[in-house]
Design a protein around this ligand. Structure first.
Ligand SMILES: [Zn+2]
Length: 394
């Protein structure tokens, strides 16, 4: 059995037992066997191992869990971004531009993009990345998008209900029928989750409920895009359907916050439905940020993710999102780091990632910094010195 010891860790973020909300241990070491953490303790008492990584007194944290990304697409929308920065508003209408380019692309072109973005994220410390379909919007194009996504991630999400494609613009009910029928049947073998963009201009609450219920019946877990561009019933629909996560949460009423808080687990471990905040989208659309403080103060579990996509948030960087969350959303550095690791895991209903405790998957990031604080304190700086994924140094 091959083992790996990471020792001489100045500050170890475990998200388990330890100091403060991040479960910090000082002068620590982590022993890994068969891709799992098997021991965490003082570096001075670390057992021997076959291989050795000396963290040199730096900070080590769980790999980032990016629970919301759209990687299967073709083309880019840099010109749309430039126009928006020159004053045009974001409406979500540009999604159809990417749909056209994606349908025209070969499987290999889509595969190359997914792999390139996944590798880019890995270099920035992301060890788990959810990947959605949603730029095909035909039975064949959604199925191939998910097939390609599943080559790279086990956390794959069917988003056939991203927008109503142009050819169904006059008959959205027919499109919902297609999504719930043949499209879901073709997508489900490659997907773990189902998602809907529940927003004015995309899918209303009745269509969203129907689609998510079909997905649940097909064995998929529920997550959804809700309350991004304006107030609406999306978040409450997510709570009604026991969604693992409601994503964006930019425009929330008191009733929305109360509904999320009402999903609190009885053991005090936060809420069953997570609010996933995507500050890269507000950054890239020059929009007001969600109020993370309000959610946290109400006891709602918060995750951070990139929303990596070519239209409204073309970043794969979780450190960037952590920095934005601290600067723009009034999260403390500890809250933001927790949300980007353990919070993302909770949004995917996983307990084997986002933590560094015995039994967890050995996904670790060694920072080029003495503390997790530097992720927000030194924005834009490449602080990821080394990534270990599944026990394997990358
Ligand atoms: Zn999204």
């Amino acid at each position: 059995m091959s083992s790996l010891l990471v020792d001489n860790i100045g500050e170890l973020v475990t998200n388990g037992a330890g100091e403060g909300p991040l479960g910090i241990r000082r002068d620590a070491a982590v022993l890994v066997e068969e891709g799992r953490v098997v021991w965490v303790g003082p570096s001075a008492y670390a057992p021997a191992a076959d291989r050795h990584v000396d963290a040199g007194g730096a900070a080590v944290l769980p790999g980032f869990v990016d629970s919301h990304a759209h990687l299967v697409f073709a083309g880019d929308r840099a010109a749309e971004f430039a126009a928006r920065m020159a004053g045009q508003p974001y409406t979500g209408g540009g999604i159809r531009t990417t749909v056209g380019a994606t349908r025209a692309a070969t499987d290999e072109e889509l595969r190359v993009t997914v792999r390139r973005l996944r590798a880019e994220a890995l270099r920035q410390g992301t060890t788990t990345m959810e990947i959605k379909s949603g730029y095909g919007l035909t039975v064949a194009d959604e199925a191939r998008s998910l097939r390609i996504a599943a080559e790279t991630s086990t956390e794959t999400t069917f988003l056939g209900a991203h927008v109503v494609p142009a050819e169904y613009a006059d008959r959205p009910d027919d499109y919902v029928g297609l999504v719930c029928g043949p499209m879901l049947a073709a997508a489900a073998p490659h997907a773990k989750w189902i998602d809907v963009f529940c927003e004015r201009g995309a899918f209303d609450v009745d269509h969203a409920r129907a689609i998510l219920a079909c997905g649940q019946a097909a064995g998929l877990g529920v997550r959804l895009h809700a309350n991004q561009l304006g107030p609406g019933p999306g978040v409450r629909l997510g709570v009604e359907l026991d969604a693992a996560s409601v994503d964006h949460c930019t425009h929330l009423s008191d009733a929305d916050v109360a509904a999320l808080a009402g999903t609190a687990n009885s053991d005090g471990s936060g809420t069953r439905t997570v609010a996933t905040l995507l500050p890269g989208a507000e950054f890239s659309t020059r929009s007001p940020y969600p109020d993370a403080r309000r959610l946290l103060d109400a006891g709602v579990t918060v995750a951070l993710a990139t929303d990596c996509n070519p239209g409204s948030s073309y970043t794969s960087s979780m450190p960037f999102c952590v920095a934005l969350a601290v600067r723009e959303m009034r999260m403390t550095p500890a809250e933001a780091v927790w949300a980007a690791t353990a919070g993302g895991a909770r949004a995917l209903r996983r307990d084997d990632i986002g933590v560094l405790t015995p039994g967890a998957r050995a996904d670790l990031v060694v920072l080029d910094a003495p503390s997790h604080l530097h992720l927000a304190y030194r924005p834009g700086v490449p602080l990821i010195r080394q990534v270990i994924r599944n026990g394997v140094p990358q």
